[in-house]
Structures are given as C-alpha cells and as structure tokens.
Design a protein around this ligand. Sequence first.
Ligand SMILES: [Zn+2]
Ligand SMILES: [Zn+2]
Length: 545
Amino acid sequence: MPLGGTEEIGMNFNLYGLGAPEKHDWLIIDMGITFGDDSTPGVEVIVPDPSFIAEKREKLLGIILTHGHEDHLGAVPYLWDRLRCPIYATPFTAELLRGKLKVNGHLSEIEIVEVPLRGHFTVGPFSLELITLTHSMPEPNAIVIRTPLGSIFHTGDWKFDPEPVVGDISDEAALAALGDEGVLACIGDSTNIFVDGNSGSESSLLENMTKLIGKSTGKVAVTCFASNVARIKTIFNAATANDRAVALVGRSLWRINSAARNTGYLVDLPPFLEAGEAKNIPSNEILYICTGSQGEARAALSSIASGNNREVTFGQGDTVIFSSRIIPGNELSIGRLQNKLIQIGVDVISEHNEYIHVSGHPAREELIKMYQLIRPQIAIPVHGEPRHLVKHVALAKDCQVPETVLVKNGSMVKLGSGPATIIDEVSVGRFSAEGTRLHRLTGKVVKDRSRIIYNGVVVLTLILDKKGGIVGLPKLTTHALMDDDEVTYMVEILTDKIKEAFKGLSPEKLQDDDVVQETARITVRKSLRETHAKRPLVTIHVVRI
Ligand SMILES: [Zn+2]
Ligand SMILES: [Zn+2]
C-alpha cells in the first residue's frame, strides 16, 4: 500500500504487511518528501500523512531505504517520531541520513542498521535481499521481499547503465536468477515511461562535456544535482582533461562530497577546492561545480548570476553548463536564472542544445528488459503521476505480465492468494513540514496562507460600551490590501457600516461578543469586497469597557 508516490513523482512511502488480516507485521519502504508549488504558497516541504501506520506502530518492524534521494528518505526527520522503529540502509544512504539527522537533533535516538550492498537480512517474518541497480546517485537498491506467499520485487529508482562511472553496474545475474526463482509482484518506477529507447549511460557524457569545456576561454561553471556523485566525477574528468582545477560551490555539494568520500566513493579524486581557494587561479584554469540547477533562489548559481556571491564572479566570456534536467514546475525559475546569466554576458549551455545530461530512470526499452528478466506474475507501477502509472500498466501488459494493478495513494492491494485486488482505500493526506510542526495541507494554517497572499489581512479592534455602542474610533490594521493613508478614511467608512449593521441587532445580541464579532466581520468583508474586490482574512477584536 502506497501512502505517497503514486499520485506524484516524489514523497515515496510504501507499506508491506504480512500475516493474518488485522494482525499484519509491517515494513515501510522509503519515506520521502515532495515540494510545494504555486498551488501551495508558503509551503516548501511536503510529507505524506503516516497516520495509517502510526496507529499500528507496535506492529511496524522497520523502515527500509532504497537509496538516498530526498523523495525516498527526506521525510525521516519529520515522521520518524510518530513511527519509532529501526531504519535499514546501505552505507552511503545511511551516511546521508546521519548527516540529515544530526542537523535535526534526532541522531542519537534512531537506530540505523547498515546493511551491505547485495545484503540478505531478515526483519521479523520478512526475508529481504538487496539487488544492486544503477541510478543517478550511488547505491540504488531494489528490494526483494521473500514471503511464504511469494516474492515481491520493489525496484526503487533505477536504470540499466552499463558504465555508471561511480558504483557497480546493475546485477543482471541476480535479476535473472530471481526471475527463474519466480516473482509474484513487481512494484516499479514509472518516471520515464513516456521516454522511448534507453536512458543513456553516464559514461557517454564525458566526451561532449570535455569538448564544451575546451571551447571556453573564460571561467566555466557546471551545475548539476548535488547528489549525482557520478556526474561530479564526469565533470571533474572533463575539467582535468582541459587542465582546469575544480572547486565546489554550495553547501549540499560539500555535504554529498563528504558522505561519498566517507563511504569509499570519489576517493580516487584529489580534494576539491573551496571557492575561496580558487580566487587567484586564472579564468581558463578553473571550473566550478555549483548547486542551483533548478533556479533555486538560495543556491550558489543564483547568487553568482546576481553578482552576490562573495567568492565567485562571472561575466562576459564565461560559460555555465546546466548538466541536469528541468524538473516540471521549475521552468520559470530556471528561465529567470538563465536570463540573468545571459544578461551579464555568460554563455549558457543546457540540455536543450547539447548532450550533457542522462536521466537516472529507466526508459521504455529498459523497462521491457527488466520485465523480461524478472517475469513477474503481477505488475504494480508506482513512482509516477496517474498518467505515468496508466502508461506503465499498458507497457507491463505488452510485456505479457499476466496481472496489473493501477493504484493510488491509500490503495491496499492483496497479493498472494488468488488474483491481486485492491481490498481497501485508506485515508491519506499530506502535511507541510515547517520546523517541528506538521500542518495538514487542507487545514486552516495552510489555507489561510493562500487567502492572505491573494487577499490580504484586516484586523479591526472595536471598543464597545456595555450596551454595544461603539466608543471612539476602532483601530484598523491591514496588510497587503491598502496604503496607510487609505486606512485612516476606510476606518470611518467601515465604522459607519458596522454601526448600521448593529442597528439590526437586539439589545441582548449586542451584549453577546460572538454575535457582535461575526456581524462586524461580515460587514467588513462585504464592504471590502465592494470597494477593493478582495476577500481578505478579517479578524475582529471586541473590547468592552
Ligand atoms: Zn532516486
Ligand atoms: Zn525517486
């Protein structure tokens, strides 16, 4: 049962239960976040509502993390408190998680069980095996769950990359052996279901990257996802081939760099330079790897483009390469960033005009190959929006998978005896994670925020005598609705209207604060809708003297 990740690409949260009905032992695979967008102003990090499993937490045996991307482990710091069970991860993922938890102050409480790549281990009645795959970050693992009713193959995020640059290649022998042994159900990545052919190998980027850097006579910056350790190595190799030293700019790059080196990746590379150390290196002998490929306002590349980076300045004759894809929804922010760079004379190279990025997810040929290797009885697409999942179901059918199930968040699928069927739809939801607080996206806090952003705020304090007469002039405060000088005459107009409305109230009602407040609130709202064409959030305070 997914609680997240099947109505979006992001926020993956999958539950597996085993045993007699109502007495299941439970496992969670992945606990990720997603991000807010224009429809959720003020919301940055979104996590799934874990209530279903939190209520059964004495039967929750563990959380298994397939890999270290935010959409797979980012929710651990926010949700673990409600679940309180051990977390299983391979060394690099565990190292990233420890880094996150240290910031969050949770590190000492949480039991993190490090499991080796290709590890076999058991958690309660679940017999688990990790199968190494390839992806856009080190240590992507598929998880095999062997049960008396059959084996589940949960792919996690993956692709087939014959030369991943960092880490091992996909363990096709293990996949074929699993196929021979028999797979009941495959729960798999749908991200690139609309992409024909193959995703392309990380190793295939080096040649063009080297050529592009070679053409530049000024400074070069390459921006990519910080977690893409193989890409960092590709960029390093392309820079070295052009006799350029490499500096990292951006906190998350340094964080990933240290997690990678602590767990045996990138150790064949010399240490990267800090941006400050690179200041005196001639322009044509330095390359910066920067955060901010999605136009994030607080990342390194944005500060460089606005001339606000203390260590790195770019201008005429310099080059910036965007070695990443545009995440849907980020087109505008990336466009703004690229415009800024172009306006200061920088040459901008992106996926649109050059071959400088490969995806970490399987295109259709790779999905077909996977189904041929593991030959599942049932395919359940996850890691996608509804349009991806539907398309993935069709592909699985074309691959002769006998059964497919189209799920959404909250769909509980019964596997193991008889045909796979959705037997329940449990209630799901999402929270905006803010500090130590979780606010339901459909709740008052988040809804008020949209209201305030689009309509402004009004606070009016009425001073009333015991009989309900208005004493003096009320105090009016507004935000994002009118200028200060307008407030001084609007307060008089509003007071007249409230006095008028109060005439319709009986003497008893005028002594009831709730009635008075609501009458004033409705009057103010109606009046401002007429004069300002807005529906502000109106708060009325009543003080009796
Ligand atoms: Zn991933
Ligand atoms: Zn993912």
